[in-house]
Design a protein around this ligand. Structure first.
Ligand code: WTA
Length: 648
């Protein structure tokens, strides 16, 4: 690493001073309908919380009985090496048994598992039995290519059935999938492949997005050619009809290796605590963290939260608008819905193309009953007004969900009134890549408040604390912490247990640090206000300021850079970069464009920087860390706060 990279990779100062007096709080309650209360699986929210709280282990042991195990656990929770907690210790299982295998013995096998739709209109339907067969074929093909238990398989695919097939085939073999969102650049993909040491990469030749064709294979070629030594094979799904260059000996068409496959592959029964996947997420340095989840605890946590929070019924048609490349997709597009045996939509495209009512048109056409989406999408749709949804019959919807960032009360109310027609409760689910499952969320029978994720899921203890770990009074802002372990919690960070300890358990004593800020109101409802660390949340996607800074300083014209997130009406946050130029480079609009393009090439289209400003100096602490807090306060015209550590 060069010196200039060190500057930004070290991360900024901690926003430890960030405790604030909280200003707003919505007090109106929205109550569930009588029908909702009558039909709900969990009828009494308070009671459910009370029961789980009195004996969390018994609660989760009971939840685990809903699933199939090759051998049951000897112990529900082992905390002897905390915070390396282990759930369902001594169990033997495979999440694949629960996601697909067990359905083959019931009527679920003939149900539609996945309805996939491409932006251009192509629709494909797979029943649970067809999906099972496809996974088996691909698992057999992977096996022939030498993939066995514990091997890492990198996945760079759009939101199509092959993504589910690949993830499940890995699980079936006991291999570890590492899905990289297909909007990341080749460099980001390369780093993730190298960190995980993946042997094989599964991709598609291309994807469709807003009428354009995105060449994914080309990105993968560049990533792999840029010294990904561990990759032996690249498997390519022909997703779009177009010319694709395949490399002899390395590249294989997905279809060619699966279509004649006859072998019946045994599901690898793994130890419940064996890893199921690694998923990289942004942190406060420029190096992403490989979050590791296992089979046992993850499947129990995801299954119970999914069924309870969305109050699933057999005939539900469910649409989560996230991408499988994020944790929301892992838990609540792939594993949760399949374990529950419901019908799931996978849509490869954007919700407002070719017309701005595409999303509502799809809800009507597929008779969708549950829509789980993100505040950024709600705000985008709100911008188009009430007409687009009013053109469609949305009466099949019975429940709505939100995830990814705080939903502002105005967007919440629009979603509730116009989309939910005042009869669909909104499940505002707070959780993270690391938590694996919903943590703070209402149940459908809860009294809701617009903009609050309400209370912790039964058995979870959450609190708002100061930096010493002391609870702060009601209404006061502070750090959101989790006080007790939960089954779908991350096991560690891939090959970096020290960073696991340091990031989540050592910043604030005795609790799991979420990195978020918020407050609790007088009714015990949580209001999450955003990140406390140097991570931005742009359109519900986590991206570190340090990652963008590192990309900026890798440009030949840049000496130093500081990046901040600014409030944005649709995206929630947008990024602004403050840049010090090297001698010999002059500020210009062309250079701004070049820098924006450079960031896009380095990190991918998810890292869009809206503004770049050239400066002579950046505010720094005496130890040389950029004080992003000061940059932000200046930019937004807010008080500078404590600047005693400011060097100049
Ligand atoms: C934010 C996504 C407020 C939060 C599942 C968290 C939310 C980060 C909510 C995790 C919500 C997620 N209300 N903020 N309902 N859901 N967040 O890892 O800052 O991509 O720490 O997981 O998103 O993002 P991640």
């Amino acid at each position: 690493m060069t010196d200039k990279n060190k500057q930004s990779a070290s991360g900024g100062e901690n926003k430890e001073e960030g405790l604030t007096e909280v200003l707003t709080e919505e007090t109106k309650f929205y109550y569930p309908s009588a029908a909702m209360k009558e039909n709900a699986t969990v009828k009494d929210w308070d009671e459910a919380i009370h029961v789980a709280e009195s004996d969390p282990e018994a609660f989760w042991a009971e939840a685990a009985e809903d699933l199939e195990w090759a051998e049951k656990w000897k112990k529900v929770l082992d905390d002897s090496k905390k915070p390396f907690y282990k759930w369902f210790v001594g169990s033997k299982c495979n999440i694949f048994q629960n996601a697909l295998e067990r359905h083959q013995k019931t009527a679920v096998k003939d149900k539609i598992a996945i309805i996939s739709e491409q932006e251009g209109g192509r629709i494909q339907k797979l029943t649970y039995s067809e999906l099972y067969q496809e996974v088996n074929k691909f698992a057999a093909a992977l096996k022939k290519l030498g993939i066995t238990k514990g091997d890492r398989v990198a996945v760079y695919l759009p939101n199509i059935p092959e993504t589910a097939i690949t993830m499940l085939a890995c699980a079936k073999l006991g291999a570890i999938h590492s899905v990289v969102y297909a909007g990341f650049s080749y460099l980001a993909l390369r780093d993730r492949i190298n960190d995980a040491g993946a042997k094989l990469l599964v991709t598609a030749n291309a994807s469709q997005r807003r009428g354009k064709i995105v060449n994914l294979k080309k990105t993968c070629d560049k990533a792999v050619e840029e010294d990904c030594l561990s990759i032996e094979y690249m498997i390519v799904v022909k997703n779009v009809d177009q010319e694709t260059i395949m490399k002899e000996g390395r590249d294989l068409w997905f279809k060619n290796i699966t279509q004649n496959e006859k072998e019946n592959v045994e599901t690898e029964i793994v130890d419940g605590n064996d890893p199921l996947f690694v998923l990289y997420t942004s942190g406060t340095t420029s190096k992403p963290k490989g979050v590791v989840h296992d089979h046992a605890g993850y499947m129990v946590g995801v299954n119970r939260t999914f069924k309870w929070v969305f109050d699933l019924k057999e005939d539900d048609v469910y649409w989560c608008t996230a991408d499988p490349g994020w944790i929301t997709g892992h838990s609540y597009i792939i594993y949760g819905p399949l374990m529950a045996g419901i019908t799931n939509i996978m849509y490869e495209g954007v919700p407002d193309y070719p017309e701005n009512d595409r999303i509502w048109e799809m809800i009507e056409r597929h008779k969708i009953t549950i829509l789980y989406t993100a505040p950024t999408l709600v705000r985008l749709m709100m911008k188009y007004g009430d007409e687009p949804p009013k053109k469609h019959n949305l009466a099949t919807l019975r429940l709505l969900g939100s995830v990814g960032e705080p939903i502002n009360p105005e967007a919440w109310r629009w979603f509730y009134r116009v989309i939910g027609q005042e009869k669909c409760p909104i499940m505002d689910t707070w959780w993270q890549t690391e938590t694996g499952m919903f943590m703070i969320t209402p149940l459908p029978v809860a009294a809701l408040k617009a903009g609050s994720a309400t209370r912790p899921f039964p058995s979870i203890k959450a609190s708002i604390v100061d930096k010493k770990g002391q609870r702060v009074p009601v209404g006061k802002g502070g750090f959101l912490a989790i006080n007790n372990p939960w089954p779908a919690m991350l096991n560690t960070l891939w090959r970096n247990p020290e960073r696991y300890l340091e990031t989540y358990w050592e910043k604030i004593p005795n609790v799991y640090t979420t990195g978020d800020m918020g407050f609790v109101d007088k009714d015990g409802y949580f209001w999450i206000q955003g990140r406390a660390d140097d991570v931005m949340n742009i359109s519900g996607h986590r991206i570190g300021t340090a990652e963008i800074e590192s990309a900026l300083v890798s440009h030949e014209a840049v000496v130093e850079a500081g990046v901040i997130g600014k409030p944005h009406p649709i995206k929630g946050e947008s990024a602004k970069g403050f840049v010090i130029l090297k001698k010999g480079f002059e500020p210009s609009d062309e250079l701004i464009d070049a820098l924006k393009k450079h960031i896009r090439n380095t990190l991918g289209p998810i890292a869009i920087v809206d503004e770049v400003e050239f400066v002579d100096k950046l505010p720094k602490t005496r130890s040389g860390k950029i004080m992003r807090r000061v940059l932000k306060a200046k930019e937004l015209g807010l008080p500078l706060g404590d600047i005693s550590t400011l060097e100049d």
